[in-house]
Design a protein around this ligand. Structure first.
Ligand code: ATP
Ligand code: MG
Length: 256
């Protein structure tokens, strides 16, 4: 079981959009996939029409089993562990636990044989929950806007990873909401940043079809697979698979 977190310290950068699309792409290849919505906003669950029922607190305290809370989605091989409003206090909750940074890992452990891939949709911030995510995940996928402040935040994350010696945690960033009509966006794309080993070549353009996701409640890669965003997410997923050494997918010839 591989655990991939869609994470950024910054809010509104496309973490949920990424988690939802990568989870769908993973399941479409025949990988048994679980999407864990860790954000009390519940946006990932909303996109798949799955609602949480106030189990979060018990789950994180080890008093409920994830298997009892997991819901199936309308897509084969794609399950969802929904968030609920109790996740808004998740840091307080974790703080009261003995080994707060191990909590997510403990929740996932019994699911090891049930899933090939777990995708975590993380809330913004660099909190206790984030550190528990860093402990549980094999990889962070970091959607990054081509803006000065966004790149500055990415550097903060890279420094944090170095300072806290969590180098085992693979970090892959990619640019998203890219508008090639903007000079700054083009400058960032052409800059030395692209030469960094942690920066993926695939980038997601700013595309209005992505904004329809909340209305359609489906991943854009599902309803517009050949559109600019659908194609970009496919390329992103393939690159993530390649960089993380994920084995060829069980079913699809379009696999990575
Ligand atoms: N490539 C894109 N093109 C256009 N709009 C996009 C794109 N990616 C994301 N968006 C839009 O940007 C908004 C924020 O996206 P999303 O909810 O995925 O971000 P987030 O990082 O999960 O936010 P939060 O920090 O609140 O959890 C949404 O309205 C989404 O539809
Ligand atoms: Mg989100």
């Amino acid at each position: 079981m591989r655990v991939i977190a869609s994470y950024n310290i910054k809010g509104g950068v496309g973490k949920t959009t990424t988690a939802v699309n990568l989870a769908w792409l993973s399941s479409r290849e025949g990988r048994r996939t679980l999407l864990w919505d860790l954000d009390s906003q519940g946006a990932a669950g909303y996109c798949f029409r799955v609602q949480g029922r106030a189990h979060g607190k018990r789950l994180l305290r080890g008093k409920s089993d994830a298997a009892d809370i997991i819901r199936s989605t309308s897509y084969d091989g794609l399950d969802l562990l929904p968030a609920d409003f109790s996740y808004r206090n998740v840091d307080v909750l974790l703080h009261d636990e003995k080994q707060p940074l191990n909590r997510l890992q403990k929740v996932l452990k019994p699911l090891k044989q049930d899933y090939d891939i777990v995708i975590l949709d993380c809330p913004p911030g660099l909190s206790l929950l984030s550190e528990a995510v860093f402990r549980a995940a094999d990889m962070l996928v970091v959607p990054t806007l081509p803006s000065i402040l966004s790149l500055r935040t990415l550097k903060m994350l890279i420094d944090f990873r170095k300072e806290h010696a969590i180098k085992d945690l693979q970090l892959l960033a990619f640019l998203t909401m890219v508008d090639r009509r903007k000079k700054l966006h083009n400058d960032v794309i052409e800059s030395s940043l692209r030469a960094q080993s942690w920066m993926l070549e695939a980038f997601v353009p700013y595309a209005s079809e992505v904004e329809q996701m909340a209305e359609r409640r489906e991943p854009v890669a599902a309803y517009a697979p050949h559109g600019r965003a659908g194609t970009a997410y496919m390329a992103l997923w393939q690159e993530v698979c390649k960089k993380s050494g994920l084995s060829p997918s069980p079913q699809s010839s379009r696999s990575c």
